[in-house]
Design a protein around this ligand. Structure first.
Ligand SMILES: [Zn+2]
Length: 54
């Protein structure tokens, strides 16, 4: 009998981290930081030109 006991639990991480694939609408740079606002909203700030949007 071939006992298949090598199949362990799939413990590998499928999603490393939700990375934001955003680009600044002002300068087109991909150096965009995600900032959480006080109202629960999310604001994006370009670290290249300083442009912020949401
Ligand atoms: Zn920018």
């Amino acid at each position: 009998m071939a006992a298949r006991s090598n199949e362990g639990p799939a413990a590998r991480l499928a999603t490393p981290k939700a990375r934001t694939a955003l680009s600044c609408p002002a300068c087109g740079s991909a150096d965009v930081a995600q900032v959480l606002g006080d109202n629960g909203g999310v604001t994006y700030v370009c670290t290249s030109c300083g442009h912020s949007w949401s």
